[in-house]
Design a protein around this ligand. Structure first.
Ligand code: HPA
Length: 267
């Protein structure tokens, strides 16, 4: 997979990305904080899926953030764009192939937990994958990871502690909870949100879980941070729109950038 690009990235003098960041809906502004070494559009990465979702750019940025080398995936691809789970996790596997040890997976979600407000950030402490296909279905590549990977602690405890500290230092009231991924693209119905709440989900979205499964499979340490972009369907008496998700992400951008930069610096 992408062997020439992997070799190219690994050959960049002195560049060793310890951490990769997957930037969620509208959260790509973090890329502006980085000192850029190289930018590679996904279309130049052989076989790589190209982002078609709103507010997802579709480029890999290699650079320095918080004095650390990072690989920023500016724009992700989703199952609802018609990509297979294996395509959706290509950025994760590329991050591993270029030497990253940690991956920060970010997203915008709908808040289910009634104590959450729009604009909150939620540290993902676990997830629910029942409603999506596993990216590990099919022949297992033993070079990547085991056939039956353990999922008892997907989101790394040390990284969660780091994130909590970064939140305090940036005056962010970081919530914590369980994220459920559905395929989308339709938002959920009120009955689906009630069902998800009774299953223990605190937030719902259309990404992240497939990526976290692939990242755990290949041995990356994972941090998941979700922006509560809206209250989930049925919690307020109004329809949901993708515009409000993008607006919430824009509003949250300064805090998001400060928190992620500090986490990357202290990893
Ligand atoms: N549901 C699913 N995905 C989302 C939502 C939501 O309410 N908000 C942002 N992404």
């Amino acid at each position: 997979m992408l062997d020439d690009k992997i070799e190219y990235i690994k050959s960049i003098d002195g560049f060793k990305p310890e951490t990769a960041v997957i930037l969620g809906s509208g959260l790509g502004g973090l890329a502006d904080e980085a000192e850029i070494i190289a930018k590679i559009p996904y279309s130049a990465l052989d076989g790589f899926p190209v982002s078609t979702a709103p507010a997802h750019k579709g480029e890999l940025i290699l650079g320095r953030l918080g004095n650390k080398d990072v690989a920023l995936f500016n724009g992700r691809v989703h199952l609802y764009e018609g990509y297979t789970p294996q395509q959706v996790v290509m950025p994760i596997r590329l991050a591993k192939a270029i030497g990253a040890e940690n991956v920060i997976i970010t997203n915008a979600s709908g808040g289910i937990n009634k104590t959450f407000n729009t604009g909150d950030f939620m540290l993902i402490n676990d997830h629910i994958s029942f409603f999506i296909p596993s990216p590990l279905i099919g022949k297992n590549d033993e070079k990547l990871g085991p056939r039956f990977p353990d999922m008892s602690c997907i989101y790394d405890k040390q990284l969660r502690t780091l994130a909590k500290r970064a939140a305090v230092n940036n005056a962010i009231d970081l919530k914590e909870g369980v994220y459920a991924q559905l395929t989308g693209p339709q938002f959920e119905s009120p009955a689906e949100i009630k069902a998800l709440a009774s299953l223990g989900a605190d937030a719902v979205g259309m990404s992240t879980v497939v990526e976290a499964i692939a990242a755990k499979h290949c041995g990356l340490r994972i941090l998941g941070i979700s922006l509560i972009a809206n209250l989930a369907c049925g919690l307020l008496d109004k329809p949901l729109t993708s515009e409000e998700v993008v607006k919430a992400a824009d509003d949250a951008a300064p805090k998001f950038k400060a928190m992620i930069t500090e986490i990357v610096k202290n990893i």
